[in-house]
Design a protein around this ligand. Sequence first.
Ligand code: AMP
Ligand code: GLY
Length: 423
Amino acid sequence: MNILLLGSGGRESAFAWKMSQSEQCSKLFIAPGNGGTAAYGKNVNLNPNDFEAIKKFALAEDINMVVVGPEEPLVRGIHDFFVEDEQLAHIPVIGPKKEGAILEGSKDFSKEFMARHGIPTPGSKSFTNETLQEGLAYLENHSLPVVLKADGLAAGKGVLICETTADAQSELQLMLGGKFGTAGSLVVIEEYLTGIELSVFVLTDGDHYVILPEAKDYKKIGQGDSGLNTGGMGSVSPVPFADEKFLKEVEDTIIIPTINGLKKDNIDYTGFIFFGLFKVGDKPMIIEYNCRMGDPETESVIPRVENDLVELFVATSQKRLKDIELVINPKSAATVMIVAGGYPGDYEKGKAITGIENIRKSLAFHAGTTQESGVIKSNGGRVLAVTSVQDNMFEALQSATADAARIYFDGKYFREDIGFDLM
Ligand code: AMP
Ligand code: GLY
């Protein structure tokens, strides 16, 4: 079959790498892809949010399946666009329709969903410009720190943790005043959790689901988890502190109520659900849903999945996931992200990258790269994800970190401590 994968990051590189290994995949197109995805298929210069252009391409190339990597086309309704178009309706889309993607597209909706279905999550209340005064009063009596979340998509920047009441009140005003554009016209004020974070993923056809390997993402730019938040500086899978008992509790109290909740609410969901979790004591709580896989979690998760990914997607689109047994490699995967100097602030692009051929025990998943007449150049903040799969976590971390050091470009930076806190 001919498959169109939408997206351009490390997550899509890992998907493309894995899908290209499937016998069921005749042609793989990646739109727009990056400097590395061309090794697994054909890059196509299309914007994933330009649905009309995607339609034209899908018809011209006889596409049989569309796999959506990032959240934005899903929240904007690419799946609905396919279903509602006579010429496209026969093409399955992996990724939920708008009604499901709203789990990520609106934090207020997702908090209501969790409350409605009894899914453990920190307490919260939402406010708009009209209820600003109530919001300010609510903050007067709120415990500290307190978490403020823009309701809509804000490119990973819409969450603020405030240490003082005055700071929280001033941020609430700024957010409702347009600091994050319309994404912040509704703000969720949430209790702050103390615990350790991890990510759990399922692939669901709406009736059944398979649980993918869990992962831990490292969000801060600096060693020892210091400094600014980023899109993610590395990841590990499995997560040592997520033992069988804990993961069973995640399934019983979070995954199953979510899948059942979607059914009760008549939301027909096809695709990935990413559960952003905290382990508080030994109990799981959810802080967010995403309607897609995580990045850089995917780069650690997908290499541990032994099944044919295309077959998994076909089974998902045909509501046959109950017949699939997921086979997970028990080895450990570690991903170290190489980023541009200055990221997550201002950074330069267009730096020539050398040494990828020198890595020894890892896979290099391209993220922000381009290829110009055979030269790989940096083209984003997060440039390359270096993933190593080894017998144990320590070896995986050592290999990924050592291989990240073998790659060079002007200004390159990576964290040398990813995952070592878990040893
Ligand atoms: P998000 O953009 O929703 O992934 O949130 C960004 C980060 O904010 C998360 O990865 C957490 O580290 C932190 N965060 C979000 N909600 C809470 C919470 N209720 N308590 C503590 N930290 C939180
Ligand atoms: N790594 C976090 C995310 O993909 O949202």
